[in-house]
Design a protein around this ligand. Structure first.
Ligand SMILES: NC(=O)c1ccc[n+]([C@@H]2O[C@H](COP(=O)([O-])OP(=O)(O)OC[C@H]3O[C@@H](n4cnc5c(N)ncnc54)[C@H](O)[C@@H]3O)[C@@H](O)[C@H]2O)c1
Length: 350
């Protein structure tokens, strides 16, 4: 692959110039070592807008034409899930490393096929799973991994809001599967980052908003294989005086104490001797970030920075395809558990 004049500079293309992709473009702009040389979207107006807003010379409305015309090191796919398989396959065929938005496949079977195809073609597949990259979440993941409260016996990962997400993403109102697939996938991934893989799961869902098709609340009970019991709950139907959108709140209890990540990044550590440590772990917001999305935007920069470091070091990023299969499988298990009223054993890679 050609890297232009600087062999350390990776040339990438972004496919899917919609709502969320703007964050990914801004993040690439912030990072050294990679640049977006082309953008692609089925809608020519979206291509033109991104070319103009981000100063990109090459624009395409067809992915195959993009891959034929450009010598790329990587592609960043920010199109919706139904388009992912075709785009990942095209990238793999052209020997281009792939970053793909979540959920990266519409079924576990499709996910398996894409992971195997990328492996056969010798390209990396990484899922753009950014929530575990929020700096406050990383701080707590680090404390748990360091054994600060011992082996956790209880966890809670909670995301509750009444924010109107349908204003920016109207397609969400039409999804027959809504909150677990769109948002739950992130908080389930946080639970995996904290406590590891899941042995069994049960789930209750409800649709509160009558104007949407899918469920907008879900409460999941996870038994992690390492022993932690974790409640993962999410809602876009909560009427809250001080809405934390889009923050994820955490509770971890172990024999050595309790960790809580509360609203506005207040981190509390309470230990058996009565010691209580409170500090704010608010991140450094990117200059281009805007509230209330800054916490998400910051995590996009961190995810992409780590992807670059892993690419340079030649090892897989944390949320590589096979890892994220185990998050996607929790989504599938949650819907099955909610439909059947049964506890479900999620599929696990391989
Ligand atoms: N990580 C997060 O926090 C987060 C937040 C929002 C959305 N997302 C994910 O990002 C993805 C996009 O969501 P969005 O809200 O930006 O959607 P969007 O509809 O605003 O944008 C998607 C764009 O992809 C284009 N597109 C569709 N099919 C295409 C194809 N085959 N080739 C080229 N372009 C194509 C569409 O024309 C559109 O411009 C989804 O997978 C979604 O789940 C992630």
């Amino acid at each position: 692959m050609s890297n232009g004049s600087d062999k350390n500079l990776l040339n990438g293309a972004l496919i899917g110039c919609g709502f969320f992709a703007r964050n990914q473009m801004q993040a690439w702009h912030d990072l050294e070592g990679a640049r977006i040389v082309a953008v692609c979207d089925r809608a020519s107006a979206n291509v033109a807008a991104f070319q103009q807003d981000f100063g990109i010379d090459q624009g395409f409305t067809d992915a195959e034409a993009l891959f034929e015309a450009c010598a790329l090191d990587f592609v960043d796919i920010a199109a919706p899930t139904p388009a992912h398989a075709e785009l990942v396959e095209a990238a793999a065929r052209h020997g281009v490393d792939v970053i793909c938005q979540k959920p990266f496949a519409g079924s576990l079977e499709a996910a398996r096929r894409l992971i195997e195809l990328c492996s056969t073609q010798g390209v990396s597949l990484t899922i753009h799973e950014n929530f575990r990259w929020q700096s406050a979440i990383r701080e707590v993941v680090g404390l748990v991994a360091d054994g600060v409260v011992g082996k956790p016996f209880f966890g809670r990962v909670s995301y509750r809001s009444g924010f109107d997400v349908f204003a920016n993403q109207p397609y969400l109102a039409e999804l027959p599967r809504f909150i677990i697939q769109d948002l739950g996938i992130h908080v389930l991934d946080i639970a995996r980052a904290l406590f590891g893989d899941v042995g069994r799961l049960s789930c209750e869902t409800a649709r509160i908003n009558p104007d949407i098709k899918g469920e907008d609340t879900a409460t999941m009970l996870l038994r992690h294989t390492a022993g932690t019991t974790c409640v993962v709950d999410c809602s876009y139907a909560s009427i809250l005086a001080d809405d934390p959108f889009p923050q994820s709140l955490l509770e971890i209890e172990g024999p050595g104490g309790t960790i809580r990540l509360q609203q506005d990044f207040l981190l509390e550590l309470h230990q058996p001797d009565g010691t209580r440590e409170c500090r704010t772990v608010a991140p450094d917001w990117p200059a281009w970030s805007r509230q209330p999305w800054a916490v998400i935007q910051e995590s996009v920069v961190s995810f992409q920075r780590d992807w670059l470091a892993c690419r340079r070091a030649g090892h897989p990023a944390a949320t590589h395809g096979a890892d994220n299969f185990n998050t996607l499988s929790l989504v599938e298990a949650a819907y099955r558990a909610a439909e059947t009223g049964q506890t479900v054993v999620p599929e696990r890679w391989p």
